[in-house]
Ligand binder design. Structure first.
Ligand code: 0O2
Length: 218
């Protein structure tokens, strides 16, 4: 009989002893990305249908590489075990949602958070509280039940929601950090912070312009 109980990933790994547990968790994380991706597409379609407007520009998803998972565990002082990976690395399944306007970010986040099968585990609002570097984005760690043959497993996904401009900035900053192996010269850091301010100004002006136009059309 199929259990109606929702299992944790930790207990699922134990149940699957003998089967390749790495493959089992990757299957779960992939399934969770599909679930969240579909939910986002449905919300976007509904918005188009009702308001003739798409809040989502595009969606990117990825499974973190084994090297990056091991690096994160090491950095935090944990052994590289499957149990630690599932427990301490929250962004193995990651989905990035790129929106046109800042207001869309909060709209999408609220609509997802209010769905009955989604549990919000944590929120980091780097838009209201940008990082020292200038990084802005809205991060949610959520869990969603994945239904397998003998029951459901609560599976974690990190959702990053940001505007096109914030994404442009974050991609360049990520590339710069990589090029300088995280030892970025002070003058480049300064330029990045100044670009981050321009991004915020641009986002605010574009949203204002859009609001003005919407009032005229509606
Ligand atoms: P990668 O290579 O992108 O996967 P937590 O997940 O909450 O346990 P963490 O990882 O410190 O702890 O959370 P946080 O701050 O929400 O960051 C998660 C991810 O956000 C990072 O993943 C980056 O993708 C992105 N991010 C966070 N800060 C910055 C930043 O200053 N600049 C850029 N460009 N991206 C950032 P990873 O694992 O660090 O890297």
């Amino acid at each position: 009989m199929i259990s109606s109980h929702i299992n944790t990933m930790e207990s699922t790994i134990k149940n699957y002893e003998g089967v390749d547990s790495w493959k089992t968790i990757i299957l779960l994380y992939n399934a969770a990305l599909k679930e969240i991706g579909t939910k986002l597409e449905i919300l976007n379609d509904e918005f188009q249908h009702v308001h003739r407007y798409n809040p989502i520009e595009h969606i990117k998803s990825r499974i973190k590489t084994p090297e990056s998972i091991v690096r994160k565990l090491k950095r935090r002082g944990y052994d590289s075990t499957i149990e630690n990976m599932v427990k301490y690395v929250n962004d193995i399944a990651g989905i990035r949602v790129i929106c046109s306007f800042t207001s869309d970010i909060y709209r999408i986040a609220d609509m997802l958070a209010s769905q009955s099968d989604i549990r919000v585990l944590s929120i980091k609002d780097y838009i209201k509280n940008p990082k020292e570097s200038g990084y802005k984005s809205y991060h949610m760690i959520i869990s969603v039940p994945i239904f397998l043959s003998d029951g459901a497993v609560d599976t974690k996904v990190e959702i990053q929601i940001r505007t096109v401009a914030m994404d442009f900035w974050a991609s360049l900053e990520h590339k710069i950090n990589y090029k300088f192996s995280d030892n970025v010269p002070e003058h480049i850091k300064r330029d990045l912070r100044s670009c981050a301010e321009m991004v915020s100004d641009l986002d605010a002006k574009m949203m204002d312009l859009n609001d003005q136009v919407s009032t005229i059309i509606d």
